[in-house]
Design a protein around this ligand. Structure first.
Ligand SMILES: [Zn+2]
Length: 317
């Protein structure tokens, strides 16, 4: 369902100013943003190879914008789109409270919503295992991301979903590039990009991850949400209450400081475009020729037991 847009009353005040200095009205900005997303989709072939695509929906503004826009694009191209949302069992019903808004949005826009939960799948919510996580010397974010990825992949295979779209922005990608560079993880660096992973689309056992907002900044995504008046499910807290002060957050703050205070407006763009030039070499270098099957869950693994099953056995001890 396309949304109606009303222009601001005072046409002399621009809705959005691009880093080039170009001043855009609300309608011009929406056109600019959607064109940018369509450009990324066509340049990196993000949609054409697939018939059934899922949007990983966190309930945050980025994923609502992605759900809205990708749903319209998939309808035009006669592709099936579903939304997947995972309730992790985070403190203060952080995610749980977002579910009704997403449900309403999906119903109004005729999108099938698949709701999953850690509790149902693993028999614990994230909050219940927080102490154990601390004892193991790892972070909540690490555990959460590994379990979510595994669960999402499992559901995707069950439902013949070929690709999972995430709302990763240019800012997120710039952070990940810096993070893996500074941690000395070139192999993980090779997994980034508009289509994540270093395996090919033909590899069985993986659903491809695609990032249609790859070239859009977080500021642009927020402005797009506001321009279309998209529902934002939470007004409580902008960030997850179980997120620790991780290295990623330090990098995020540093990049923001460089961008705003030091006036290096283009550093995130420069980081991502430099990475895109190196990406083919990295993917080739770290391409996996063969995969084992995890002896516990049957998913692709680099060892006998996959990372998720190994983590689960430690958490259940
Ligand atoms: Zn496994």
């Amino acid at each position: 369902m396309k949304r109606n847009i009303s222009e601001d009353k005072d046409e002399h005040i621009p809705y959005f100013v691009l880093s080039s200095g170009n001043r855009l009205s609300k309608k011009q900005f929406i056109r600019y943003f959607e064109k940018k997303v369509l450009y990324a989709i066509s340049k990196y072939d993000l949609i054409n190879p697939y018939q059934k695509i899922a949007v990983a929906c966190s309930g945050g503004k980025d994923s609502m914008a992605l759900l809205y826009l990708l749903n319209n694009i998939c309808k035009e191209r006669r592709k099936k789109l579903v939304a997947i949302m995972i309730e992790e069992g985070i403190t203060n019903n952080y995610r749980k409270d977002m579910i009704p808004v997403v449900q309403k949005f999906c119903k109004e826009n005729d999108i099938e919503l698949i709701l999953l939960s850690f509790k149902k799948e693993f028999r614990f919510g994230l909050e219940e295992i927080a102490k154990k996580i601390r004892k193991l010397g790892i972070t909540n974010c690490y555990v959460c991301s590994i379990l979510k990825r595994w669960l999402m992949n499992k559901k995707a295979l069950e439902l013949n979903i070929e690709a999972i779209a995430t709302a990763h922005s240019l800012d997120d990608e710039a952070e990940s590039i810096m993070l893996n560079l500074l941690k000395g993880n070139p192999e993980l660096l090779g997994k980034l990009g508009p289509v994540s992973g270093i395996s090919s689309k033909k590899d069985k056992g993986f659903s491809q991850r695609i990032k249609p907002f790859y070239l859009c900044s977080t500021k642009e995504i927020v402005a797009y949400c506001k321009a279309l008046n998209l529902p934002i499910p939470t007004k409580k807290v902008a960030t997850c209450p179980m997120r620790g002060e991780t290295f990623r957050v330090e990098i995020r703050n540093w990049l923001a400081k460089m961008e705003d205070e030091q006036n290096h407006k283009e550093i995130k763009n420069a980081l991502v475009s430099s990475f895109l030039k190196m990406m083919p070499m990295l993917k080739e270098q770290y391409k996996k020729k063969t995969f084992n099957k995890c002896k516990k869950c049957g998913f692709p693994a680099s060892q006998e037991i996959c990372k998720t099953c190994e983590l689960l056995s430690k958490l259940k001890k």
